[in-house]
Design a protein around this ligand. Structure first.
Ligand SMILES: [Fe+2]
Ligand SMILES: [Fe+2]
Length: 135
């Protein structure tokens, strides 16, 4: 059973971005599975590193699309991204340092991020982008 499933309530109406969000869900499910199997810290670090790399790549594309379509909420959205990355980098070093609660914190953070950032911030650009034909 996957830990978290993408469903259409997460759709932002821009195909490539929905696709990347789905990939993020998959990586997070792998992180959860590794935790459940009590994988060694090095494995958790590696998967969380993937989350971080993929996130950076995703934010770049999302920001490029927002800029291309002159999305008015761009600056604020970019700040949210920067905050999320800063938090993820801090969690990554906690995992790397072998802090006992770090993987649980990481999972809570990632779940929160997917729920709140996608549904609370990403979906805000959806009507704007759709109107301009970004897909
Ligand atoms: Fe975003
Ligand atoms: Fe996003």
């Amino acid at each position: 059973m996957p830990y978290i499933n993408w469903d259409p309530s997460f759709s932002v109406g821009v195909g490539p971005l929905d696709g990347q969000h789905q990939t993020l869900f998959q990586i997070i499910n792998r992180f959860y599975d590794a935790m459940e199997m009590h994988a060694p810290q090095a494995v958790l670090s590696a998967i969380f590193g993937e989350v971080l790399d993929y996130t950076n790549m995703h934010f770049k594309l999302e920001e490029a699309i927002m800029r291309r379509y002159s999305y008015p909420g761009f600056e604020r959205h970019r700040q949210y991204h920067q905050q999320l990355v800063a938090r993820a980098v801090a969690i990554k070093s906690d995992i790397d340092a072998g802090q006992r609660d770090a993987p649980r914190d990481a999972l809570r953070f990632l779940t929160d991020w997917l729920e709140k950032h996608i549904k609370g911030c990403d979906v805000d650009y959806s009507p704007y982008m759709s109107k301009l034909g970004a897909a």
